[in-house]
Design a protein around this ligand. Structure first.
Ligand code: EPU
Length: 338
């Protein structure tokens, strides 16, 4: 039986450093402990909350239920051929430590995703992405425990319905499954992705950069722009980059010639939310005790370690002002509980 700790302060377990209290906290190390924790919350008639690295969650207030942290560890090479390996990794593994492990083993593909906070099991839920790569490009399948039945189910890459910062686990199957392992298909020979301009720039002059050099460059860029959650509490990008029609983009461009956008397809384009927030005058501003980060306007920080409701109040002000100025709605990226 795993240990259930009553009246537990979650501050050290969420990167926004919200001092929310859970009725119970339990760390689980395998599927049977996970089943026991879920059974406990069912018997006690309490809601549960699954926690990985706590780096993409906003705790508005105390959590009146059972917080379950996945701590399962393990990596297993389950198949290989001439060009690829298939590596099955437990959900509780730390994301960046996995990236470092794969580089040391000579398994390539995750290098652009270096230094992203969080756990392996959480990565597919929001399809983490950075510097031209999304984790969906490397996932072959995953296993998840169905909460209602207690059964373990396999999901192919396709059945996860991945999209930009999105998957089926945020929609139809929200809160119905716990991801317990992820299988990655990684290349044995480097296949560098230098499509992202800032990465190209950082590696200019380096001939045939190795995956390790790419990882080092990504770490350098991230460290410069994004605040270290251990020092300044944050959850990375607070909003998704909004996708708008090319028609709306041309209207906006005629008024704001330097607006930053990326083509998605013939009909739509993605706007840099950071640019919109910055241009609306929010970069570096404080309101409701929370702050818009001065080096990257897409990041909201919680320097006073307040409840998530304070950060959400700032987020609402930012959303309202961006909508008033540009007519564009910003969708929040992290998940909000309770
Ligand atoms: N910009 C501003 N003001 C700012 C910051 C940026 O005008 O304060 C402009 C920049 O000049 C740049 C543009 O906005 O032209 C985009 O900025 P950046 O390249 O830093 O990327 P982003 O769109 O802000 C996205 C991801 C990040 C990911 C980077 C790199 C989303 C929501 N965010 O940020 O992901 O690391 O690209 O690929 O898609 C995360 O999801 O938590 C995250 C950090």
């Amino acid at each position: 039986m795993p240990l259930f700790l009553p009246h537990f302060n979650l501050q050290k377990l969420n990167t926004l450093a919200v001092p929310a209290i859970a009725d119970y906290f339990v760390a689980v190390h395998n599927d049977s402990e996970l089943r026991e924790a879920l059974a406990f919350s069912r018997t006690e008639n309490l809601p549960h909350l699954l926690l990985g690295g706590g780096s993409n969650i906003v705790l508005q207030s105390d959590f009146p239920g059972v917080v379950i942290q996945l701590k399962s560890q393990g990596k297993e090479l389950i198949a290989e051929d001439e060009n690829f390996v298939w590596l099955k990794v437990s959900a509780g593994e730390n994301w960046h430590q996995l990236v470092e492990y794969t580089l040391a083993e000579g398994f390539y593909g995750l290098e652009n995703l270096s230094l992203i906070p969080g756990s392996v099991g959480a990565a597919p839920i929001q399809n983490i992405g950075a510097y031209g790569v999304e984790v969906k490009d490397l996932i072959s399948e995953l296993t998840a425990l169905e909460i209602r039945s207690g059964l373990t189910v396999n999901f192919t890459n396709e059945s996860c319905r991945f999209g930009y910062r999105d998957s089926i686990f945020k929609h139809t199957l929200k809160d119905q499954y716990v991801i317990t392992s992820v299988t990655f298909c990684l290349a044995k020979t480097p296949r560098p992705n230098l499509s992202y301009p800032a990465l190209q720039h950082a590696l200019a002059g380096v001939e045939k950069p190795t995956p390790q050099a790419i990882s080092d460059a990504v770490i350098a860029i991230r460290s410069e722009k994004l605040p270290d959650p251990a020092l300044i509490p944050n959850v990375g990008s607070f909003f998704k980059n909004p996708i708008i029609s090319t028609g709306q983009l041309s209207v906006l461009r005629s008024k704001y010639p330097d607006i930053v956008s990326y083509a998605v397809n013939e009909d739509s384009a993605k706007l840099a939310a950071a640019w919109l927030i910055d241009r609306a005058g929010w970069r570096g501003k404080t309101a409701d005790g929370a702050q818009v980060h001065v080096q990257q306007a897409l990041v909201l920080t919680n320097p006073q370690h307040l409840y998530g409701s304070a950060v959400l109040a700032l987020a609402k002000r930012v959303q309202d002002s961006v909508y008033a100025e540009f007519g564009v709605s910003l969708e929040m990226e992290p998940r909000v509980y309770p």
